[in-house]
Design a binder for this molecule. Structure first.
Ligand SMILES: C=CC1=C(C)c2cc3[nH]c(cc4nc(cc5[nH]c(cc1n2)c(C)c5CCC(=O)O)C(CCC(=O)O)=C4C)c(C)c3C=C
Ligand SMILES: [Fe+2]
Length: 401
């Protein structure tokens, strides 16, 4: 298959998505003119200066998995695993079989915009005798008020994020990578999430979370002049062009949330539920209307309440702190009390968590109205190295340097 740049592939994916919405995706009438490729054929090149799964739109399905190195695993074995994982990920991203262990479950499907992202936890550096090369930005995060993080579902030596617009494709990739890890690393925890399916809406729009809010509007955008400075690290050498991923499994108290009237829900967020417009903007505002934190209502009260989520989280309230949020919903059945075990697999990518996530979460944990309806149940921080060139593997400069 010819090498295709990530940008070119994504452009193609956009064209393909329209076909899924109109053509035979639901077994409906397919006209003779529907000759464009299906959404399943969209692909994101694995090799490149940056790993996939950071700036690409969230796919319909995500699998997160953390692994711990088996006792006695040294740098050579770990390097071999990253070499095998990278090679398999590159094959699968190109729509080729990943190798043994996938059970044939993705045989009929295209790559479906598959991305595989690899991350390194702080504990990996100690185990491989690389403590002197652990980046300062990977220092343990502080404990935040209200945190109730389950150690069995937190942290890990290695992290794999698999995104695809088809669940079978994502699960297949996970099975392949898991098989390749046998004898070198053991699964520590695994989580599955979802996002909107391409073509599900009449026009592409920012997705919604399980609280029903349009979520992701004020993310930094790749065209912003300071985007790379916010999201990508400049060092140490092996991390230049990489990023740091903060993960949180945040359960939502959905039954309590859904019992609130819409205007109270909107006040707690600071945006309208129907279209995501800021409450500071008046009836004609839209999702992209800039938030005005100083705006007041006719009665003199702040249009965006003091404890509204967007006020407390805004860069302007946190000394400019910013991150790229790329979360997925989860819905994992019922808890013992019958409440849904559902919420957000929150992921934030940034150049330095101490300047991105930490100040924001410190303020949110204390003064965010939304946090009364949220429970932080698991968390992790991983260094996400830059992408690997053709023929190389993710983390090679660290593991062979
Ligand atoms: C520490 C960082 C953040 C956590 C944790 C977090 C959890 C969380 N957020 C929502 C819903 C929304 N968040 C929105 C905006 C927003 N959130 C954060 C940070 C965290 N959120 C930031 C930095 C921002 C942008 C603020 C700004 O600049 O305006 C929004 C509004 C739409 C948007 O801009 O994305 C919603 C809705 C939930 C449900 C949640 C935990 C489950
Ligand atoms: Fe948020």
């Amino acid at each position: 298959m010819p090498a295709v740049s990530r940008r070119a592939v994504l452009g193609g994916a956009g064209a393909g998505l329209a076909v899924g919405a109109v053509g035979g995706a639901w077994g409906g009438r397919a006209s003779a003119r529907d000759t464009r490729p299906s959404p399943g054929s969209a692909r994101v090149a694995f090799h490149g200066p940056r790993q996939g799964g950071i700036v690409e739109p969230a796919q319909a399905r995500v699998e997160w998995a953390a692994f711990d190195l088996l006792p006695g695993t040294g740098r050579d074995r770990a390097a071999g695993l990253l070499r095998d994982w990278s090679a398999a990920a590159a094959r699968m991203a190109a729509g080729e079989p990943g190798g043994d262990g996938g059970g044939g479950i993705a045989l009929d499907a295209g790559p479906n915009s598959l991305t595989v992202t690899f991350g390194f936890g702080a504990s990996l550096f100690d185990k491989l005798g690389l403590a002197d090369r652990r980046p300062p930005a990977l220092a343990a995060l502080p404990a935040f008020p209200g945190d109730a993080l389950d150690p069995a579902r937190s942290d890990g030596d290695l992290w794999v994020q698999i995104g695809a617009d088809d669940a079978l494709v994502a699960v297949h990739a996970l099975r392949v990578l898991r098989r390749l890890a046998a004898g070198t690393a053991a699964p520590r925890w695994q989580m599955a999430g979802f996002s909107r399916t391409p073509g599900a809406t009449a026009r592409p729009m920012t997705g919604r979370n399980l609280m029903g809010q349009v979520d992701g509007t004020n993310n930094p955008r790749p065209q912003d002049p300071d985007f790379a400075a916010k999201v990508f690290a400049t060092g140490p050498d092996w991390m230049a062009g990489g990023s740091y991923a903060v993960l949180r499994r945040i359960r939502m108290l959905l039954d309590d949330w859904e019992s609130l009237p819409t205007d109270r829900q909107e006040r707690l967020v600071g945006r309208r539920k129907s279209d995501g417009a800021p409450l500071s903007g008046g009836p004609d505002a839209g999702e992209r209307t800039p938030v005005d934190l100083a705006a007041t209502a006719p009665d003199g009260a702040l249009a965006i309440a003091p404890d509204a989520h967007v006020r407390v989280a805004a860069p302007a309230s946190n000394g400019g702190a910013a991150m790229l949020r790329r979360g997925f919903s989860f819905h994992d059945g019922l808890l013992a009390d019958g409440a849904p075990d559902a919420g957000l697999l929150f992921a934030a990518f940034q150049a330095d968590p101490a300047r991105g996530f930490v100040p924001v979460q410190q303020r949110l944990a204390r003064g965010d109205g939304l946090s009364r309806f949220l429970r932080h149940e698991a968390g992790a921080l991983f260094a996400v190295p830059p992408g690997a060139p053709e023929g190389g593997y993710v983390g090679q400069p660290l593991l062979e340097g």
